[in-house]
Design a protein around this ligand. Structure first.
Ligand code: C2E
Ligand code: MG
Ligand code: MG
Ligand code: MG
Length: 288
């Protein structure tokens, strides 16, 4: 009887695997169309100086306005985009769109763009960045790329070369989700990062988890010792903010300061007139 049950489970499992891969290829096809149809949008979340509360930069975060399923968060499609290679084209769109938007801002704050590991490994990645800067007219010093340590698994020498080239043109590179992966420290040693972004998982649980508190505290010390600024992600409470300030953290991001907002809302905050119709999608139905 146990055997039968086990057998049943295996069949069930196999069928699910099958469905999952069918879903994945359907999604891949949809993603390709989405790019062609202009269904992707960017939201912008402020990164704030904990000293004076000023916005230092906005992080561009992708959304997919799916014709049937509504506004989708990146977790719903970025993994498939990465595994199918579509992230190259989507990522190129993101980079161009974010640079174009930031170049139009009347406040010269920075713009942070997430870059997937496979993008960084592309032989023409630096070329793409240069193109986006040229096409938009954005100063290189206002662009920061956010990469996770997953990017660092591939060919170290090639990645180092890419980062050094980026630095040479004046673009900064931040390590995103610091501490969430297995090799954050090793990556920090091997690559010349300009910023450390502490993963929001640690920041969110600061108040109730002594381990998180110790990790955040030691990351701040590490940043200081290495002369690399540290930004805390996911700040959502005044208590968290107070603690981070006391520990000498200088930059933060999180719902406490602001959720990701539409490009149009960023412009409004800067006192700018609305952009043309192409840049003003219909009012957001909810997901941020
Ligand atoms: P990330 O780069 O670490 O971005 C921060 C994520 O945390 C965003 O989720 C943001 O909305 C969320 N967040 C910010 N503050 C808070 C907070 O106080 N509390 C909570 N609970 N969440 C907060 P989002 O926009 O869903 O993005 C998820 C991830 O998707 C990003 O994590 C990034 O890894 C990836 N991603 C987003 N846009 C792009 C893109 O254009 N290209 C690539 N390759 N990846 C992207
Ligand atoms: Mg990021
Ligand atoms: Mg992050
Ligand atoms: Mg993340």
């Amino acid at each position: 009887r146990a055997k039968k049950e086990a057998g049943g489970e295996i069949v069930f499992y196999d069928r699910r695997m099958d469905e999952a891969s069918r879903d994945r290829s359907a999604l891949a096809m949809e993603l390709r169309q989405a790019l062609a149809r202009g269904e992707f949008e960017l939201r912008y979340q402020p990164q704030t100086s904990l000293g004076d509360g000023a916005v230092i930069a906005y992080e561009a975060l992708i959304r997919w306005r799916h014709p049937e399923r509504g506004l989708l968060a990146p977790d719903a499609f970025i993994p498939v985009a990465e595994s199918t290679g579509l992230i190259r084209d989507i990522g190129a769109w993101v980079l161009h769109a974010a640079c174009r938007e930031a170049a139009a801002w009347i406040e010269p704050v920075g713009v942070a763009v997430n870059v997937a590991p496979v993008q960084l490994a592309q032989s023409d990645f630096v070329e793409l960045v240069r193109d986006a800067l040229l096409a938009s007219g954005l100063e290189a010093g206002r662009l920061e790329l956010e990469v996770t340590e997953a990017s660092m698994i591939a060919d170290h020498e090639q990645l180092r070369a890419v980062m050094i080239e980026l630095k040479a043109i004046g673009v900064r590179v931040a390590m995103d989700d610091y501490g969430a992966g297995y090799a954050s420290l090793a990556a920090l040693r091997s690559f010349p990062f300009d910023k450390i972004k502490i993963d929001r998982g640690f920041v969110e649980s600061l108040g109730r988890d002594p381990q998180s508190l110790a990790i955040v505290r030691s990351t701040l010390l590490l940043g200081r010792a290495l002369s690399i600024p540290v930004l805390a992600e996911g700040i959502s409470s005044e208590d968290g903010l107070r603690f981070l300030r006391e520990e000498g953290c200088t930059e933060g991001q999180g719902f406490l300061f602001g959720r990701p907002i539409e490009a149009e809302a960023v412009r409004r905050r800067m006192g700018m007139a609305p952009a043309g119709p192409a840049a003003s999608p219909p009012p957001d139905a909810g997901a941020s």
